[in-house]
Design a protein around this ligand. Sequence first.
Ligand code: ZN
Ligand code: FE
Ligand code: FE
Length: 195
Amino acid sequence: MAENGTLHDAFIDELRDAYDAEKQLTKALPKLAKAASSPELRAAFEAHLEETRGQVNRLEEVFATLDEKVRGKHCDGIEGIIEEGKSVMEEDFDDTTMDACLIAAGQRAEHYEMAAYGTLVAWARVMGHTEAASLLQETLNEEKAADKKLSSLAESGINREAADLAHPNGNGQNGNDEAPAKKKASTAKKPARRR
Ligand code: ZN
Ligand code: FE
Ligand code: FE
């Protein structure tokens, strides 16, 4: 990297990173949608896929307002988050538990994007790139809405259903309670967490 790089250079770098991240997400979101059992969750991933395609185009507009060539730069952060999502999809979970895990994976991606766009908006504003700032703010709003949508799906039944499968009697803390929890010997240890 060139010495004496300015905040403007860092800003362009971050835009390239975001551009690559969005492109990676346009490939990952269809996989999340396909793995979802809840029709509402699937629809949410599909809707955000469409939005994400729009975000790719919006970033191209941002580059244009700055007279910059459209260019991506590999985003390692989102790659890691997507990789973790892929591992979870390979797990042998029941449908509702898988849905809860897909929401968790999706929310990690949304929070990563919220952090990235929050910075981009702040930097665009402080440097007076007002058109870029308002375009980036639009995307930030979409990421926040996508995150909220996932929370509301989790909280409107998916987590509850998954928790009931984990604790059919509704009173255990140690998982898979076949019978009402009864304290065994005081030396009883918690079972190892499933990995
Ligand atoms: Zn600047
Ligand atoms: Fe995005
Ligand atoms: Fe997103």
